[in-house]
Design a protein around this ligand. Structure first.
Ligand SMILES: NCc1[nH]cc(CCC(=O)O)c1CC(=O)O
Length: 292
């Protein structure tokens, strides 16, 4: 029996159920264990209560205490600093990593008027939307996907920005009014991908997880997360990143784009490298972004 720990939110349980069903299809028995994190209980702004890492620590504690065998994380919520004794046993194929707009009356970003109120608490989304120069009024919001969409339906906001992947997993893609081009808004490092964490010495669970692995997704998110990790060491500015595997002359290559919010603007750079060395690519692009 594999004990799979998950948060209670609709998105977390949808992701956990997807992983549980994948493991069951491979012949394993899986039990869901619901775990409450600080971020689920406390409605204060995330930056005040410890950042997105708060969603993760309760699950990691349960792994280390042997209360669960695997934890399913949204990779974009998983801190880039590794934990001794734990490892990402599998990174399954990624959903569409892009951000989307859900606006009243089916509007797109370019159709929103100056002063339109757009809800997002993410400094990354705020910096990139600000830099478009549309005169949008950005306001921080929290709450689950349902609550956020309801704020547009209720007329409290003109629009919200969300991850397409979350809406796909919740079956709410019909509400999207525009998918944002990464040329304008780069997603968060790891967005749209799941990380399945387990104890590093748990050979049975590692073997069970191996078939769920997608090497291209692992390479892409490793580059993105390395870029974030290197930038976090050097600054506190918001970061967007997106890597894609492309077929090069000498085999598969990674193409990485990065964005760094700074002084009301956004710096953007891109670079490519071999698929088998995502860490060097992420680190090199981060250093370039820091230098300029
Ligand atoms: N910050 C919360 C969070 N964590 C993961 C997702 C969406 C799913 C994903 O990106 O994998 C979301 C919601 C959102 O940003 O819209």
């Amino acid at each position: 029996m594999i004990r799979l720990g998950t948060r209670r939110s609709a998105l977390a349980t949808a992701q956990a159920t997807y992983v549980a069903d994948s493991l069951r299809a491979l012949g394993h028995e899986v039990e869901l264990v619901l775990i409450t994190t600080t971020g689920d209980v406390n409605r204060a702004p995330l930056a005040q209560i410890g950042g997105t890492g708060i969603f993760v620590s309760a699950l990691r504690d349960a792994l280390l205490a042997n209360h669960i065998d695997i934890a399913v994380h949204s990779l974009k919520d998983l801190p880039t600093v590794p934990v001794d004794e734990l490892t990402l046993g599998a990174i399954p194929v990624r959903e569409d990593p892009r951000d989307v707009l859900i606006a009243r009356d089916g509007l797109s970003l370019g159709e929103l008027q100056t002063g339109a109120v757009v809800g997002t608490g993410s400094p990354r989304r705020q910096a990139q939307l600000e830099a478009l120069g549309l005169g949008l009024e950005l306001t921080g919001i929290r709450g689950n996907v349902d609550t956020r969409i309801a704020m547009v339906a209720d007329g409290k906001l003109d629009a919200v920005v969300l991850a397409r992947a979350g809406l796909a997993r919740l079956g709410r893609l019909a509400e999207v009014t525009e998918t944002l081009d990464p040329i304008q808004v780069l997603p968060a490092p790891g967005q749209g991908a799941l990380g399945i964490e387990c104890r590093a010495d748990d050979a049975a669970v590692l073997a069970a997880l191996a078939p769920l692995e997608d090497p291209a997704t692992r390479a892409a998110v490793t580059a993105e997360r390395q870029l974030l990790n290197t930038l976090e060491a050097g600054c506190t500015a918001p970061v967007g990143a997106l890597a894609e595997v492309v077929e090069g002359d000498d085999g598969p290559e990674l193409w990485l784009r990065g964005a760094l919010g700074q002084d009301g603007g956004v710096r953007r750079l891109s670079a490519s490298g071999p698929m088998d060395d995502p860490v060097s690519l992420g680190r090199a692009l981060a250093k370039e972004l820091l230098e300029e």
